[in-house]
Ligand binder design. Structure first.
Ligand SMILES: *[C@@H]1O[C@H](CO)[C@@H](O)[C@H](O)[C@H]1NC(C)=O
Ligand SMILES: *[C@@H]1O[C@H](CO)[C@@H](O)[C@H](O)[C@H]1NC(C)=O
Ligand SMILES: *[C@@H]1O[C@H](CO)[C@@H](O)[C@H](O)[C@H]1NC(C)=O
Ligand SMILES: *[C@@H]1O[C@H](CO)[C@@H](O)[C@H](O)[C@H]1NC(C)=O
Ligand SMILES: *[C@@H]1O[C@H](CO)[C@@H](O)[C@H](O)[C@H]1NC(C)=O
Ligand SMILES: *[C@@H]1O[C@H](CO)[C@@H](O)[C@H](O)[C@H]1NC(C)=O
Length: 552
């Protein structure tokens, strides 16, 4: 038989660890042994060692999964008649019945036999979520867009649904990506879990993400997943609890199942798992700050359970991936009993405190559930995915959100056909003192920058909308420049009827940027040209016109 030559699991495990330890620690000892004592070097080596230790934990949990597969396989080979024999006696009789649709009856009793061919059946996820047995595809993904990236430092999991009111997913992804350097982006995975059972809705969200972030999907930085509809039980039949109405019970129960699914998918992709939501803002350099914070804690041997980068709900909570299996099972066991953030707290106190209610639990909490200040993530949505629930909570530890981004721009006379609101004028915005806030733009409206003298513009960057008014963007708006000299023949620029060259366009995030190459020499005017009436006001929160050295 195939498996007779396979060493026993414990032996394999030992071998595997020997190899891992050898590969990781021997080069280390060599380095440390031969190096001249240098406190700085020592410290950086220590950090690196901590980093490797965390990685080892992660590899160990990967190994456990493989081990389990092997064990299952060997059981089947050793006991091919297993399901039809008496070993159904103890546990799993009902489960097996559901699984195969057959009735099992004890054909023979066993009286005092040593080493009988009877295997004990442990309760599994199917005991907590029996509805999963109704469809063999219940755990099959309904949608997947992934390059299969693994072995990164931080896996970010973000559940989303189609929201009837404001949709922040694209802005959230934009904010997350904007804060990542290329090196950081190579060391991360962002998994977007689409918690919709209607495939049309799943595809709608998936297409939007894929069209907005093609290169990030291509590189494997962003992955999209959706569960099979049969992953969920009949939510209308859930038992009521905590005095919540059914709508709320359904919402919070589904949320638990969503998180469990997402964590399960992410579990073996990286060393740390970060839970996010789909309506958040990030601070610059959030990735390295989190990673360094975690490694430092490991380095100082502080026994943390959770690193908390946002004070709210389940946003910005970081766990070791190797701890996830416990939490996942916990969420599955109690998914219809409590909301997800309560379960997280309960699981924490169960694991870390003598008694959950004791005074000392607070002290333990301070030590093992570590808040990072100031917060790195801010909640921005107001409409929760629970219909009608308004969620205005903001993290006070996040600090002020930048509502505009000042730059020094070339001297210009500015004007606009869009009426401004209060003292959010274009003049002040151009000088970097505030943002420009204009009332409903109409088709044909323009924002005009007339330079004091013709200049050569190298690059431009405009940002519309801001963190407090995300939808106040410039929609269907182009960036146009008026050249002093005719443009070079043969270049592919499009020109308006009044002689302006179209050099850019605001995208769906409300950003417009572009580079003007040498085919355009000096320009005297740059303008933003609105092409259709907008149902929202408009904010111009960043104006950055970069000129060549000679033009300064
Ligand atoms: C399995 O069942 C078949 C048919 O009932 C029998 O011939 C065979 O010996 C059994 N094998 C074992 C390992 O018990
Ligand atoms: C299983 O047993 C029940 C009750 O004895 C019976 O109603 C049912 O038809 C049986 N199912 C099969 C597949 O034999
Ligand atoms: C400058 O940009 C235009 C428009 O993108 C393009 O057609 C032209 O080839 C570019 N010229 C050079 C020299 O890069
Ligand atoms: C010019 O317009 C055409 C059609 O709208 C477009 O496909 C092309 O990309 C534009 N060229 C430039 C340089 O923007
Ligand atoms: C932009 O405006 C033009 C002109 O009014 C219109 O034809 C076009 O459909 C608009 N595009 C979008 C995406 O709204
Ligand atoms: C205008 O804002 C509302 C919400 O404030 C949003 O639903 C709508 O999509 C925005 N308009 C456009 C054209 O995006």
């Amino acid at each position: 038989m195939v498996l007779t030559n396979v060493p026993s699991p414990s032996l394999r495990r030992k071998n595997c660890f020997l190899v891992i330890s050898f590969v990781i620690f021997v080069p280390f000892c060599v380095i440390i042994f031969y190096s001249i004592p240098d406190p700085k070097l020592e410290q950086s080596l220590q950090m690196r060692l901590s980093q490797l230790q965390v990685k080892l934990q992660y590899l160990e949990s990967l190994y456990t999964s493989r081990q389990e597969e092997l064990l299952r396989l060997s059981q089947h080979i050793e006991f091919p008649n297993e399901t039809s024999s008496a070993n159904q006696l103890f546990l799993g009789l009902e489960t097996a019945t559901k699984q195969t649709g057959k009735n099992y009856t004890m054909s023979s009793s066993i009286l005092g036999e040593t080493n009988p061919r009877v295997m004990l059946r442990m309760p599994t996820i199917y005991h907590f979520l029996p509805h999963l047995l109704n469809d063999p595809n219940s755990l099959r993904l309904a949608y997947l867009a992934a390059r299969g990236r693994t072995g990164v430092s931080i896996v970010m999991g973000m559940p989303t649904v189609l929201r009837p009111h404001q949709n922040y997913l694209m802005n959230t992804l934009y904010s997350l990506l904007e804060g990542l350097s290329p090196e950081e982006a190579a060391d991360a995975v962002i998994v977007v879990f689409i918690g919709e059972t209607d495939l049309e809705k799943v595809l709608q969200i998936a297409r939007e993400v894929e069209q907005s972030f093609p290169s990030q999907i291509e590189s494997g930085l962003i992955e999209l997943i959706a569960p099979s509809p049969s992953y969920y039980p009949d939510l209308d039949k859930l038992p009521l609890s905590l005095g919540d109405p059914l709508e709320r019970v359904k919402w919070r129960s589904k949320q638990n199942l969503d998180y469990a699914y997402l964590m399960t998918y992410c579990q073996n992709k990286g060393t740390f798992y970060l839970q996010l939501e789909d309506d958040i803002l990030t601070k610059p350099h959030y990735f390295t700050k989190m990673k360094t914070f975690a490694i430092e804690k490991m380095d100082r041997k502080e026994p943390w359970f959770l690193l908390d980068f946002c004070q709210l709900g389940f946003i910005g909570k970081m766990l070791r991936s190797s701890d996830l299996p416990w939490l996942i099972h916990f969420l599955q066991m109690f998914y219809s009993d409590k909301p997800v953030d309560w379960l997280l707290e309960d699981y924490f106190s169960m694991k870390s405190c003598v008694r959950a209610t004791s005074e000392s639990c607070n002290a333990v909490r301070k030590k093992k559930w570590i808040h990072y200040k100031p917060s790195l993530f801010q909640h921005m949505g107001e409409h929760s995915s629970l219909k009608g629930k308004i969620q205005k909570l903001k993290d006070k530890q996040f600090g002020k959100v930048a509502l505009f981004f000042p730059h020094s721009n070339p001297k210009a006379k500015v004007s606009s056909t869009i009426k401004h609101y209060k003292d959010y004028t274009l003049d002040r915005a151009y000088l970097g003192k505030t943002f420009f806030w204009g009332l409903l733009p109409q088709s044909g409206d323009k924002i005009i920058f007339e330079f004091s003298q013709p200049i050569v513009v190298k690059k431009f960057y405009f940002r519309s909308g801001n963190a407090e008014h995300i939808t106040d963007k410039l929609y269907n708006t182009t960036v146009e420049v008026l050249p002093v000299d005719p443009i070079v023949q043969g270049s592919a620029w499009n020109v308006t009827s009044d002689g302006y060259i179209i050099v850019g366009k605001f995208d769906l995030f409300g950003m417009a940027e572009g580079i003007l190459n040498e085919t355009i020499s000096k320009i005297s005017v740059l303008r933003l040209h609105v092409h259709s009436e907008s149902e929202n006001w408009t904010i111009l929160s960043e104006i950055n016109i970069i000129v060549t050295e000679e033009s300064r």
